[in-house]
Each structure stands twice: as C-alpha cells, then as structure tokens.
Design a protein around this ligand. Structure first.
Ligand code: C5P
Length: 240
C-alpha cells in the first residue's frame, strides 16, 4: 500500500458538479473516496458506481445500526455495488457485527469496518446516554468486540490509535477521521489530530474531507497530506 492508498477523501457534497470537480482535480492521485449519507441521499448510487467503474475504491459510510436482517441486506447491497469498505456501529453489539461480517463474505474485497465512538463525542456525551465508561475505555471495548466478531478494521479518532494498535491484531485496519491538516489540531473540536500523529501512532488510513475538498487547490493539499503520511509511515509501529 503506498501513501495515497492510506488517504480516504470524503466526498461530502450536495451537487454532482462539486463531486466531479473534486474527483477531476485529484485525478489519478486519489484512489479512495468516502461516500456518506449526504451525497448518497442526494445523488443515489449512480455516482458511486461511476467512481468504481473509473477504478476508484469506495468507502461507503453507512454507519449501520439496525436489526440483523436490515444490516445484512445493506452490506449485501454494498457488496453488489462493488464497494471496498462499509461501516457498521460497533455499539450495535457482536451479533450485529457478526451478521455484517457474514453478509460480506461473498465479496472477499469488501471490508467491514466497525465504528467505535464517533470522534466528536467526549466523556460527557457518553454519560448523557448512560455510558459511564470514558471514551478510551469504550473505544477499546468496542474495538475488541469488533475484532472478535471478525471485522476487518475499526474507526476511531487519532487519539485512540496508539492504544488500539498496541492490542489489536496487526492485520486490523484502523481508520481515523477527525483529521486536521495544517492549522492547530489542538484547537479543533472533539478528538481531532494531524495525519502525521494518526499514522505515526499506527493508523492504517486517514479520512480527510473539507481540508481537501474545500481547498483552493485540492491537489496541492492532497500532495502535502500524502508526503506527511509517507514520512510518518516510515517511523510508525506496525503493521497494517
Ligand atoms: O471534517 P472533515 O470534512 O474532514 O470530515 C470528513 C469525514 O470524517 C466526515 O464525513 C465525517 O464522517 C468524519 N469526521 C469524523 N469526526 C470528525 C470530523 C469528521 O468522524 N471530528
């Protein structure tokens, strides 16, 4: 995997023109796009199919948390579209995680990623919904659940990556959104951090949206992120 293949560009857009402008600007440079609820609800699956037909990998961020029958059906639908990665909430529990993994089996290239704790949440948010454990403890608990259920990886914030890399099977992917590039990561809301810190701590992938997609020159920002990822990777504990 080269450094570009560790960067997932989030296509959080409202119009086809915006999506096209970003994909065209990045060209061959960016191999993976995250398609989430905003763009999927706006445009349906056609643009996603177009991306896949053009040789891109699609990370379909469905954040599934449903009854097993519905989760399995959604994962199979993702597999039929040729999606590379699909997300399910780990807090849905191990039965649902197992269901998602089983549903993905006919598509060996489809990876099921379990979302631990949404990166904008903190300890107080968890307490509000009855979870007394702090974010770290909850992320670790959910990541272990996901691993035991056979998920291919987890989603967590950059701040939990080192903890997870130390305990998870080295083959587990650790995908980190909440990435701030230049600018002051410490001032960012939630649990954000830089690509260098995330990859340096052992993340396999970083997700960047607005930093790249709203840049005056998305290509230049992508190159800068890629260089940072490349440097950080050389010194990172591993692997995946
Ligand atoms: O903030 P940005 O535009 O880079 O967000 C890209 C994606 O990362 C979003 O689609 C969202 O799902 C995820 N994200 C996150 N936690 C954050 C910020 C973004 O999970 N703090």
């Amino acid at each position: 995997m080269n450094a570009s293949e560790r960067i997932i560009v989030a296509l959080d857009v409202d119009t086809e023109a915006e999506a096209r402008a970003i994909v065209d600007a990045l060209g061959d440079m960016a191999p993976i796009y995250k398609v989430g609820l905003q763009w999927l609800t706006t445009a349906g699956p056609a643009p996603m199919r177009e991306l896949i037909a053009a040789g891109k990998q699609v990370f379909l961020d469905l954040k599934l948390f449903e009854i097993p029958n519905s989760v399995a059906a959604a994962v199979r639908a993702a597999g039929r579209q040729g999606v590379a990665m699909v997300t399910v909430h780990a807090s849905a529990g191990s039965a649902i995680l197992h269901t998602a993994v089983d549903a993905a089996r006919p598509w060996p290239a489809l990876k099921v990623l379990a979302l631990t704790v949404v990166t904008s949440l903190g300890d107080a948010d968890l307490r509000e919904v009855g979870i007394e454990a702090g974010v770290d403890v909850q992320v670790l608990r959910l990541a272990r659940l996901a691993e035991a259920a056979g998920c291919h990886g987890v989603i967590a914030s950059p701040r939990e990556v080192a903890m997870l890399r130390a305990v998870l099977d080295p083959r587990m992917l650790i995908v980190t959104p909440g990435i701030q590039f230049v600018g002051d990561a410490a001032a960012a809301p939630g649990r954000a951090d830089t690509p260098a810190h995330a990859i340096g701590a052992g993340a396999s992938h970083v997700v960047l949206g607005r930093t790249i997609t709203q840049a005056a020159d998305p290509r230049a920002v992508f190159v800068a992120v890629r260089d940072e990822v490349e440097r950080a990777w050389r010194n990172a504990p591993r692997n995946n």
